[in-house]
Write a new protein. Structure first.
Length: 104
């Protein structure tokens, strides 16, 4: 159903329900993505910084970067950043829904 084809209350209610489901699905996907980021940040940052070479072990680079990215203070800072981003995204989604449905 396209939003521009709403001509009665029943279609409007169906569209509102569809948008709420879509919003929930996006929120769940965003949560999954942020959880993945939190769990795999050190590996992804290490690969970005040192580059990942297929079939070649870089034990020195992996050891140094691994120790750096496993640092507790760094992990706490990353958790704060990710939590802040999730809160901002959720606030933005709420604002968008408020504007779409003109809630007061």
């Amino acid at each position: 159903m396209k939003p521009s084809r709403i001509h009665n209350l029943d279609n409007l209610e169906k569209e509102i329900y569809r948008l709420k489901l879509h919003s929930k699905k996006l929120e769940d996907k965003m949560d999954d993505n942020f959880n993945y980021l939190k769990e795999n940040y050190s590996r992804m940052a290490r690969n970005s910084f040192f580059g990942k070479k297929e079939g070649v072990k870089d034990t020195l680079g992996a050891g140094i970067s691994g120790a750096f990215f496993r640092n507790e203070k760094l992990q706490q800072a990353i958790d704060k950043i990710v939590t802040h981003l999730v809160e901002k995204a959720t606030d933005g989604l709420d604002t968008l829904l408020d504007k779409l449905f003109k809630r007061e």
